[in-house]
Design a protein around this ligand. Structure first.
Ligand SMILES: [Fe+2]
Length: 307
C-alpha cells in the first residue's frame, strides 16, 4: 500500500469521532472501522456506506456480528432485495430466509449447505437479468486458514477505472454496441472448464432466465461514471459481429479489465461485511481452500436497467 493511500483516513463530514473510512488500494476498495450495523443502523451509517461504496467500489465493514434479520435490515436500506428463485429451488438459502444465499463448501447430512462454486470466473452479479444487481453484501461467518493465513480471497476490479484507461481505438470499436448476457451460457462455460460444482440447469431454470442484451459501456445510475459492462462469466457475444470477431474483441476487453492496476484483493476476516457495487466493479473467487470450512451469507439489491 502506498503512503498516499495509508494517510487518507477520513471520517464523515463534521465528525471528530466515530467510524473511519480507509482506502485499501489505489483503484478501488476501502474499509470502514468503528461502525456497528447491528446496533447503529442509522441514516448517517447507511449514507456513509453508500458514499464510500460510490467512491471506492467495494467496501468492507469490519467486525460485524449480524443475524440474518440484521443483515436483511441493513440491505433493505440500500434498495429492494433481489428475490432468488435459484437459491430456493436448490435449497441453498439460509433456512427461513429464501432470498439470503449461503455461499459455502460445507457438506452436512450428505448435501452442500450452500453454493460452492460461486465466482469462478470474473463477473458482476446478475448481469444475465434485465435488471442486474446493484449492490451485493457478503457476510463472513467462517473463513478458512492454512498456516495462519486466510484462504479463499476475493479479487475485485474497477470497471470504471478500466473504462477510463481504455485505448481510444478500442473505445471506438465498442461505442454504441450491445452484448448478450446469458445464465445458460455461464453454466455451460463453467461446465466446459470443469468448474461446475452444482447440478446443471433444468429446462425450467433455463426458461426462467432468458438471455438479455446490455450496452457494453454503461453509465452508473448514481455517480454517472462510465464503466465496462461485459464479463468473462456471463457475456456470450457482441450483438451484430461475426462470432470470431466478437470472441476476439471480448477477450481483448476481458484482458484489459483484469489488469493488475485495476485490482483489489480482499483477504477475509470473520465478521467482514463486504459490500460491492456491481455497476462499477467485477469480482472473482479464489478456490484455494479445498475442504477447509468456508461459510458466508449473501444478499443482493435489484438495480435499474443498465443504460
Ligand atoms: Fe458474484
Amino acid at each position: 500500500m502506498s503512503t498516499h493511500v495509508a494517510t487518507m483516513l477520513t471520517r464523515p463530514a463534521g465528525a471528530s469521532t466515530g467510524p473511519q473510512v480507509r482506502p485499501l488500494a489505489s483503484a478501488l476498495g476501502a474499509e470502514i472501522i468503528g461502525l456497528n450495523l447491528a446496533t447503529h443502523l442509522t441514516h448517517d451509517s447507511v449514507q456513509l456506506v453508500l458514499d464510500s461504496l460510490h467512491r471506492h467500489g467495494v467496501v468492507v465493514v469490519r467486525d460485524q456480528k449480524l443475524t440474518p434479520d440484521q443483515q436483511t435490515a441493513f440491505m433493505e436500506k440500500l434498495g429492494p432485495i433481489k428475490k432468488s428463485s435459484y437459491s430456493r429451488a436448490n435449497s441453498f438459502c439460509v433456512p427461513g430466509y429464501p432470498d439470503m444465499m449461503v455461499i459455502s463448501n460445507i457438506v452436512e447430512n450428505g448435501r452442500n449447505i450452500g453454493l460452492m462454486d460461486a465466482g469462478a470466473m470474473w463477473h458482476a452479479d446478475g448481469t444475465h437479468l434485465a435488471q442486474p444487481d446493484m449492490y451485493t453484501a457478503l457476510y463472513a461467518l467462517e473463513v478458512p486458514h492454512r498456516d495462519g493465513k486466510p484462504l479463499g480471497d476475493t479479487l475485485f476490479t474497477s470497471t470504471a477505472e478500466a473504462y477510463d484507461a481504455l485505448p481510444d481505438a478500442l473505445r471506438q470499436r465498442i461505442a454504441g454496441r450491445k452484448a448478450v448476457h446469458s445464465f445458460t451460457h455461464h453454466i455451460e462455460k463453467k461446465r466446459r472448464l470443469g468448474d461446475l460444482r452444482r447440478p446443471p440447469l433444468t429446462e425450467a431454470q433455463k426458461a426462467e432466465v432468458p438471455d438479455v442484451e446490455h450496452p457494453i459501456v454503461t453509465t452508473h445510475p448514481v455517480t454517472g461514471r462510465k464503466n465496462l459492462f461485459v464479463t468473462e462469466g456471463h457475456t456470450a457475444r457482441i450483438v451484430g459481429l461475426p462470432e470470431a470477431e466478437s470472441e476476439a474483441l471480448l477477450e481483448e476487453l476481458w484482458a484489459h479489465i483484469r489488469k493488475p492496476e485495476f485490482i483489489y484483493r480482499h483477504s477475509w476476516r470473520v465478521g467482514d461485511l463486504l459490500i460491492w457495487d456491481n455497476r462499477a466493479t467485477q469480482h472473482l473467487a479464489i478456490f484455494d481452500y479445498g475442504d477447509l470450512r468456508r461459510r458466508m451469507h449473501r444478499l443482493e439489491t435489484v438495480g435499474p436497467v443498465p443504460t
